[in-house]
Design a protein around this ligand. Sequence first.
Ligand code: ATP
Ligand code: MG
Ligand code: FE
Length: 350
Amino acid sequence: PLVLGIETSCDETGVGVVRGRTLLADAVASSVDEHARYGGVVPEVASRAHLEAMVPTIQRALRQAGVSARDLDAVAVTAGPGLAGALLVGVSAAKAYAYALGKPLYGVNHLASHICVDQLEHGPLPEPTMALLVSGGHSSLLLAPDITSDVRPLGATIDDAAGEAFDKVARVLGLGFPGGPVIDRYAREGDPAAIAFPRGLTGGRDPLYDFSFSGLKTAVARWVEARRRDGQEVPVADVAASFQEAVVDVLTRKALRACKDNGVDHLMIGGGVAANSRLRALALERCEGAGIRLRVPRPGLCTDNGAMVASLGSEMVARGRAASTLDLPADSSLPVTEVSVPGHSHPDPH
Ligand code: ATP
Ligand code: MG
Ligand code: FE
C-alpha cells in the first residue's frame, strides 16, 4: 500500500511516504531553533510552527515521492503520546486529507512507530521483536509479538528518560539544547573512563529491565559544581564521555540481558537516543559478542520523522487492521501498549 505518514508529537513536523516497506519520501521541518533559546521545547511555539509547516511539508513529501495525493491508499498519523496541541495539528491535517481523498485514516502510537521504522531499512521485523526504545520522553525495553497490535513492556525508566538525561547534562555543561547530539560530539574527544559515574539500578537486587537516570544526572551536576566551586576548569569532553558511557553501558547491558532471558536472537534499538554513536558502537560490540543480531535504523530515522508513522500505517493496512474513525482523538499520554487508536465512534469489537 502507498501510505502517507504525519508526525507532529513534539517539535518536528514530519511527513513520510512509503510503499509497502519501501521508503519513498521523508520530509522534516523542525522548529528546534525556535526552542533553543528557551532551553527546551515550548509547546505553544511548537504548535504554531506545525501549523505553518504542515501543508508545505506534506506537499514536499508527495513531490519527493513522485506521487499525487489521489494515489494514496491510506493516511497515518501520530495520535500520541506527545504534546497535546502539537499532536492536534497533525491529527487534524490527517483527518482533512483522509476525508477529502476518501481514504482510510490510521491513528498510531509514536513509540511503536519508532520501532516499526526499522522495517524500511532492514526488512520485516522478527516476531517477537525485542526493542530498546530510548528517546526524549521514554526509555523502555519492549517485547512486541506483533508491532501492529501487541507491544509489551518488560521494563522502563523509573525517573528520567535517557534523552532527557542527555538534555539536562548538556544544560549543566552549558552546551545548549538539544543535548544529545552535542554531548555525542564532545564525548568523541573525551575519556569515557575519566570519571566513574553511577550505573543506576544495576545492583543484584534491582529490577532487571528498569532504568534510572536521575541519580546519574545529579552525580554529574554535583561533580561539575564542585569543580567550579574550586575554581577549576571543567573537562567538558571527559565529563560528556564518562556520562555517555554510564548511560549506554546500562542500556546495552540490560537490553542484552532481556534478549538472553527471553530467548531472542536480535535486538532493535529505536528513538532519538539510538542516533548516539557510542550507543550504536557498544551495542554492536556486545551483540556480536553474544551472537545477537543488532538492528538500528540510520540516525535520521531514529529521531522523530514522518516515515516511521507511514511505516506503521503501511503495516496496519497490509495486516488488515481496522482504520480509525474520523473522530480520532489525540492522546498526549497514550500508553505504549496501545499501538493504534480506533476513534470514539469505532464499533466495539467485543
Ligand atoms: P518521545 O519519542 O519519547 O516522545 P521525542 O519524540 O521528543 O520523545 P525523539 O525525537 O525520539 O524524542 O528523541 C529526542 C531525544 O533524543 C532528545 O532527548 C535528544 O537529546 C536525543 N538525541 C538525539 N540525538 C542524540 C545523540 N546523538 N545522542 C544522544 N541523544 C540524542
Ligand atoms: Mg525533536
Ligand atoms: Fe520520538
